[in-house]
Design a binder for this molecule. Structure first.
Ligand code: SAM
Length: 235
């Protein structure tokens, strides 16, 4: 991976903003991801994210922190927050923006325990594949204190498969419809495809039950998106 995401964040942070990130998937055309959106403050965040931040308590882990927006807000409110990301550029920006505890680290390498674990901006994307979701959920559970909570958002992207007649062109022999090949290009450079998983709520709920986690839908967004709260099934 070329870490184009991190490179774009660094450019923006250093005042070198000229173009946005261009994204595409195996089922959709090119789209732009505006860099200013990756530097949003609380008032610019979608309601789902504001809800998540307002639910935070205790020692917090912000997984896939990007430019550190959520961690920064939480830190400003006096919370003890740790931010991790597997993009070097993202962590450099997060640190430069003032997040005290930020580490270049993949979720599966985290070992501390927390009262709140945040995964925002399609947090289930980090699981990559439906088949690897159980491993990630098991690991997240191992990082969760007894009364702790995981706050994670995602979307049911079935609508992306809808045709003009209102039917769906889902191939039942293919992989789960929320598993996408996600491409990023920036300033003429293209990264290799990233696997990115969108999970509908019922599927997440089922995966959680198998992992020994209670899954509760705590908010719904404007476009098939939702925020879920996961807690230990047995405390
Ligand atoms: C869609 S961005 C969201 C960034 C940020 N949470 C926000 O809302 O602006 C996803 C982030 O997750 C990071 N990421 C992806 N897989 C990861 C993993 N296994 N461990 C840690 N971070 C990961 C990416 O580098 C990226 O910064």
């Amino acid at each position: 991976m070329k870490d184009l995401f991190g490179k774009a964040l660094l450019d923006y942070y250093q005042g070198n903003y000229s173009v946005d990130i261009v994204t595409s998937t195996n089922i959709s055309e090119e789209d732009t991801l505006p860099l200013p959106y990756l530097f949003r403050d609380f008032s610019e965040m979608p309601t789902l994210e504001q809800n998540a931040l307002n639910l935070c308590k205790g020692h917090i882990l912000d997984v896939g922190c990007g430019a550190g927006n959520h961690a920064l807000w939480l830190q400003s409110k006096g919370f003890n927050v740790k931010a991790i990301d597997n993009s070097k550029g993202a962590i450099e920006v997060t640190k430069k923006r003032g997040v005290i505890n930020a580490e270049f680290k993949s979720l599966l390498n985290e070992t501390e325990t927390f009262d709140t674990i945040l995964l925002l901006m399609n947090g289930t994307g980090i699981f990559q594949y439906l088949d690897s979701a159980p491993r990630y959920l098991k690991h997240l559970k191992s990082l969760l204190n007894k009364e702790g909570q995981i706050l994670i958002d995602s979307s049911d992207i079935k609508y992306m498969y809808e045709d003009d007649d209102g039917g769906y062109w889902l191939d039942i022999n293919a992989n789960y419809y929320g598993e996408l090949d996600y491409y990023i290009s920036y300033k003429g450079e293209k990264d290799i495809a990233l696997k990115w998983l969108y999970l509908d709520f019922d599927t997440l709920n089922e995966l959680c039950m198998h992992a020994g986690l209670r899954c509760e839908k705590v908010a719904v967004g404007a476009h098939y998106d939702y925020l879920a709260k996961l807690t230990h099934l047995i405390n």
